[in-house]
Design a protein. Structure first.
Length: 116
């Protein structure tokens, strides 16, 4: 059974940085990317970034491109989201997601709050 362990959220001032991690236990499907989403209060969950299992390809939403980076360690199945130049509008609960069999598995969200 795949489980995801998310950490790294917190309170940070605008223009500073934060790094989130998402560790997958079990055997996620390696043909699907590992993905970060976020959900701000009163808004729908939205895509942030993704990385293929081999780490060769990354994808970013336009609103984080150039500020966020995504990497993963193959050993330990851990994915990281490095968030730089944070903005107030980056405040949200951040989730990671992987595929397991025919289902998606979501980690518990971690709150990121950016203050002015």
């Amino acid at each position: 059974q795949v489980q995801l362990y998310v950490s790294g959220g917190g309170l940070v001032q605008a223009r500073n940085s934060l790094r989130l991690s998402c560790q997958a236990s079990g055997r996620p499907a390696s043909t699907f990317p590992m993905v970060w989403f976020r959900q701000a209060p009163g808004k729908e969950r939205e895509f942030v970034a993704a990385i293929t299992w081999n780490g060769d390809n990354t994808f970013f939403a336009d609103y984080v491109k150039g500020r966020f980076s995504i990497t993963r360690e193959k050993v330990g199945n851990t994915m990281y989201l490095q968030m730089n130049s944070l903005k107030l509008e980056d405040t949200a609960v951040y989730y990671c997601r992987v595929r397991s069999g025919i289902a998606y598995v979501w980690g518990r969200g971690t709150q990121v709050t950016v203050s002015s």
